[in-house]
Design a protein around this ligand. Structure first.
Ligand code: FAD
Length: 344
């Protein structure tokens, strides 16, 4: 394995806090909490035996209240749900959100603040950390103590153990693929309370402006949570040929992914990109067609349970991480696969 572990700071013994209190920055959409935020609760749970976990939601209107109700019962470990209901949070802009985190932290003094490493969390948490004057730890994949975390470095080629020795709060983003959400829910909903926004300072909030939001309207599973991902690379050669990957994904009930080269060539939209500068996935089955296996791509999929690769070049680096590799022409193999698979 290419992986190695190193202890970066070793000044203190591993500590496990008996008591911790954690604020989870919660993303919601259409009246429900995103599963990546529930993963952040799962991560929070492993920080200490007795962790009081509060989920913070911001937004406005009925969908916020619905999402709050969902948060209150989404995981047995949630102790409290905090809701910031205001037009200022109509869109999840980083500046007002970061300011909100500062406001809540000044009042409640959490020992930890966690968000999933999604666009939402990556946008807000570092700004909030800067307002609170602490250094965040990003992309955590394992929690080995209340202040000791494992995170990938060198595009996922090594895992590094980091001990946090700074001031509280200790702020983290976690990779949701490493903290799996079970189906257990709370039988009795956690209490929901409103954040007092009377002292919310609007000065900083006005610096960014919402322009628009576009999502792909598709029946396919979400790339981040899919059990199977079928990915196409530059080897597909055109947007038209890429439809073959979509067809295969449909038959398998899989999500579609792409390399950066395929995105840059305009075969598919940017949101399908997997890798260091795209999405991180860890499905049960990852199928790569016409993908060379560049290190930046591997950074986004190497934790997949089973990796299947089809490439006409037997020396392609993707074969070094593949469990099953087939050297051949994808233009023959993919149509044959589609033909042989039963309808989904
Ligand atoms: P190529 O490397 O061109 O590979 C195409 C493959 O298709 C080849 O192996 C070829 O043998 C095979 N092929 C061709 N025709 C056929 C056929 N008929 N049948 C079977 N096989 C065929 N890349 C990412 O994917 N995600 C990222 O997040 C990302 N971030 C990056 C960040 C930085 C800072 C940089 C510098 C690069 C990043 N890249 C990323 C780009 C990365 O380095 C590679 O360029 C990219 O992953 C290559 O994509 P590819 O495998 O589709 O294309």
């Amino acid at each position: 394995s290419l992986r190695s572990r190193s202890i970066v700071t070793a000044s203190r013994r591993i500590t496990t806090l008996r008591f911790a209190s954690t604020l989870v920055l919660t993303e919601h959409d259409g009246g429900s909490v995103k599963s990546s935020s529930v993963s952040a609760v799962v991560a929070a749970r492993s920080l200490s035996e007795d962790n009081s976990i509060a989920m913070l939601l911001a937004g406005s209107g009925p969908s916020l209240q619905e999402a709050a109700a969902h948060a209150a019962s989404c995981h047995p470990s949630v102790s409290q749900v905090l809701v910031a209901d205001s037009d200022k949070f109509k869109y999840p802009l980083a500046e007002p959100w970061a300011k909100l985190v500062e406001l809540v932290q000044q009042k409640d003094e959490y020992s930890h603040i966690i968000a999933a490493s999604s666009s939402f969390g990556k946008n807000i948490l570092p700004r909030a950390a800067s307002l609170l004057d602490v250094s965040p730890i990003t992309d955590v994949v394992e929690i080995s103590g209340s202040h000791q975390f494992v995170r990938p470095i060198y595009a996922g080629n090594a895992l590094c153990t980091v001990r946090y020795t700074g001031d509280l709060p200790c702020m983290l983003t976690i990779r949701s693929t490493s903290f799996l959400v079970s189906t257990e829910a709370r039988s009795v909903a956690a209490p929901i309370s409103q954040v007092d926004l009377s002292t919310f300072n609007e000065d900083i909030a006005g610096r960014s402006r919402y322009v628009s939001h576009s999502t792909q309207d598709t029946e396919r599973p979400d790339l981040g949570n899919a059990r199977i991902v079928v990915t196409g690379g530059r080897g597909l050669k055109s947007a038209e040929n890429f439809r073959m990957i979509e067809k295969l994904a449909e038959k398998l009930g899989a999500a579609v992914g792409a390399t950066r080269a395929a995105v840059d060539a305009g075969f598919v939209p940017n949101e399908l990109q997997i890798g260091q500068t795209g999405k991180i996935v860890a499905p049960e089955l990852y199928m790569a067609f016409g993908v060379s296996g560049a290190i930046q791509h591997l950074a986004g999929m190497r934790d997949s349970r089973v990796i299947v690769a089809v490439n006409k070049d037997s020396d392609a680096p993707i074969f070094q991480v593949a469990d099953y590799g087939l050297v051949g022409d994808l233009f023959e193999i993919v149509p044959e696969l589609i033909k042989k698979l039963p309808e989904a």
